[in-house]
Design a protein around this ligand. Sequence first.
Ligand code: GDP
Ligand code: IMO
Ligand code: MG
Length: 423
Amino acid sequence: MIDVLLGLQWGDEGKGKIVDYLAGQYDIIARFQGGPNAGHTLYIKGEKVVLHTIPSGVFQSHCLNLIGNGVVIDPVTLSKEIAEISVLCPDLLQRLFVSQKAHLILPTHRALDAASEAAKGTEKIGSTLKGIGPAYMDKTGRNGLRVGDVLSPSFTEKYNKLKNKHLQMMKQFDVEPVDWQQWEPQFFDAVEQLRKLNIVNAEYWLDAHLKAGKKILAEGAQGSMLDIDFGTYPFVTSSNTIAAGVCSGLGIAPTWIGDVYGITKSYCTRVGSGPFPTELHDEWGEAIRKAGHEFGATTGRPRRCGWIDLVALRYAVMLSGVTKLIMTKTDVLDSFTPISAATAYSINGEETHELPFDLCDVEVTPVYTSFEGWKDTPVSNCSSYEELPESFIKYCKFVEEYLGTTIAYISNGTGRDNLIVAP
Ligand code: GDP
Ligand code: IMO
Ligand code: MG
């Protein structure tokens, strides 16, 4: 069976921390989409580690880790990450596998990302500028280079052909191009490293493991509201972040899929531009940012903060068929009261529980339900479900009922063990 774990909001829900914990119960962790735009934070023996391309199962020593075909790989980021993580996991290279069909991010993809964003001016997406959009454009445009291509004797020729195409494209942007040439030597060094990795025919590799009864967890990046089809388009990323992305991003038949873990924070954040109905522009937003240390793991940008948006969450739960909910960062709200949750949107005076076609195009006023906080019994002090304060349980029950799914885990701190199993 293959279970899935994915973010239900705009990313950064704490996927890395949870995968690191759950990996104890799985044989293989497989990333199925996204690329170095992801930043998954783990605390290993008190030390902070941020993973961008490497799956978050590497710190469970029995776990194999696969970078699937749906991922876009920047060889430079990957080789830096391998160097950093190998210090902590000496056997990393024996447990890391890469699909030969994963697409590559070239230096000129990053340059195109920068040029495209600069040209958009005030309408920019707020991209991480890692070259994600241009790399996926080349994939769907049928021009991309894949991991398997690095083994071909004509790789440099293929690279130059695509690079020259990019240089032509760059001319359409009326902006100063970034100095991508400085990245080229690093790129070729990193490609050399990539050639030495376990490059596999991943769909057969996974099939054999599934048939041998191995347990696999597919690790999502970004979040459902950043999905290319169902997110807040055009302020989204360029891949399918919902459960549907697992089949195409790993080459797995849907019949293998078991549980779908969906992660939400106890509030909501977003980094980059785009609509965010429950965003708090006041001191409450600032207080959440401070309490939750809400700064991007990849770019360091301050994250926009607001109350939990149950309308958007229910949509995300529906899209992925979430069977188990995980609520993270519950400790962050310890000192807050009252706590709000958006339970409807008011659009032109009409209440709705559905996401409109284009959130950018309409004025949305969230309709809130208020909850008493749990100031007197901080959840950060709890280590079992029984110890959790009544007002917190009430909040969780409401969320479960609204979303029509049950909470399996409650995270109340950054460490692997700051996790409470719900009954
Ligand atoms: P990801 O992209 O979904 O893996 O999430 P990030 O790593 O980008 O951001 C989540 C941040 O919240 C990281 O700094 C985590 O260490 C931290 N975090 C995760 N779970 C909890 C939690 O329950 N409480 C607190 N206070 N921090 C958490
Ligand atoms: P993890 O996996 C939060 C956002 C960017 C931007 C938009 C498009 O750590 O949750 P892109 O670089 O993909 O072209 O950016 O998507 N974004 C993320 N926000 N967490 C992420 O990943 C993100 N990956 C991309 O900020 O708004
Ligand atoms: Mg992140």
